[in-house]
Design a protein around this ligand. Sequence first.
Ligand SMILES: *Cc1c(COP(=O)(O)O)cnc(C)c1O
Ligand code: SF4
Length: 526
Amino acid sequence: MNNAQNDETAMDEFTKDLFDNLFRDQKKSFPVPDGVLEEIRLIVEQCRQKQRTEPIISLFSRLKDIKSESGQSPDAIGVSKKTLIELAQMHSRLDEHGVSVGGRLTRALPIVHEAISRVDSYLKRHPVEAPSGIELWDHIRENIRRIQSVLNISDSDWNSYSGQIRNCIDSVDKLGKILDLPAHVLDDIQRVTQKYRMRLTPYYAALIQPGKINDPVLIQSVPTGEMVDNVGIEIPPVAADHSPARLIDQFYPRVVTIKATNMCAMYCTHCLRLAHIGKKDRIYSDQAYGEALDYIRNNPLIRDVLITGGDAFVLPNKIVRKILTALDEIEHVKMKRLGTRIPVTAPQRIDNELLDILEESNDKSPVRVVTQINTAQEITPISREAFKQISKRVSAVLNQAVLLRGINDTSVKMWKLCETIQESYVRPYYVFNCSYRNPQFSHLRVPIEKGRDIIESMYGNISGDAIPRYIATAGGKIPLHRSNVVEHVGDTVILRKPWNHQEVDYPDADSEEYAGTDFSFLKYTP
Ligand SMILES: *Cc1c(COP(=O)(O)O)cnc(C)c1O
Ligand code: SF4
């Protein structure tokens, strides 16, 4: 080792600061116990023997603590400055990216610790406040046994989609048998179900935690008095002004939806399409599908077609195949989406034939499955398996959640939802602010600002690709995100870090340079 390398001046500023701090004079100092001296001596030995960075960091960290606690400098406790300089250099040499001991110890590690403190409370609270269906699985299995026995559902019925639908809970009578609800609550549900349809698959009903008032799965699926008592005027969704052809909705130039059915396996209390959905099951005619497909065929701009409903997977396999095949034969249709909540409401529906149909179409052009999961509680090992199977056959599985009061309107609940679905092969796509159009579920609405706080809280704290876009639906989807551009000061933009609200300067691209036309090869071509 030559002298230049051995010199303190070769250190970066963080390491210099660290040394200044360790060796600064201190008026008062207290003796250090023998045990600590021995400990330090051992770490120094380890630093020399093991060709690892970790003991070097722990040595400097201990010395730093000793200095601040007792005022003793390293040389006073038997570690010379020369030794420390050598170890500091060894640290940078060992590290592939030349990271200094000062940088790692006084910068990087505190930043990590600060970051960890932001998720502490989430990690403590989520198992209690927002348990997933995977975590609740033992309880859910118990519910399944109980519901099967009370409603007399055979295993083969339970495990098939037709069995789930045949045994669905669509009356207050049946509901009262499987959930311990007080008589006046049941009377209230009776009153509402005269106007609005209730239907839960027994599987979905098993996700409800018994005895929990306002269980998030319960309030998504069992209507309450508010649905008829809330005052206000219903604005029917996507009315005549959005439907240019039979079954078609369109407000974008190149994307349309085909509302291919009005049926769902489970009817949500917050359904945006309350006006169309669930009044009466209807099978649409070939002629209706034919006209919808003709509209798409005759509009060469349309490149992306959403098959929705209701729930697209309620359709029998042969109709799913027919629609996808027809779309695949239209050259300008470059991709398809299918909207379904079935993987969480009736995962038994996902059979091999359906998977083959999806894969076959996906081979021609991308198929994406768009689902709706609003709580981690809706993800069980069964639905996770369904999503896994689907994700192997299509190009993406995306989630569109609705921000709902008491269901997912806290950071803990929303982070848990997004992380759980991501771990279940599903990508968070949208979070919708619950619509103003239906007074029936105005009690489930959450203010826009509250939703912005929740979405904002995810940045920097959960994986970026688990963060959905926050949307208001008002004649199209309007992004609601908060801006993190604080202000422009000359050519510098002040940005705010969403996770700790720290402001940073961000030099912008030079606008004059950008306005010029000569750049790259153009600039060097005569
Ligand atoms: C939601 C929706 C779309 C699709 O919007 P994306 O932002 O592309 O997901 C298209 N058409 C209608 C009528 C819709 O409601
Ligand atoms: S699955 Fe969708 S369409 Fe069906 S009831 Fe729920 S929100 Fe409405």
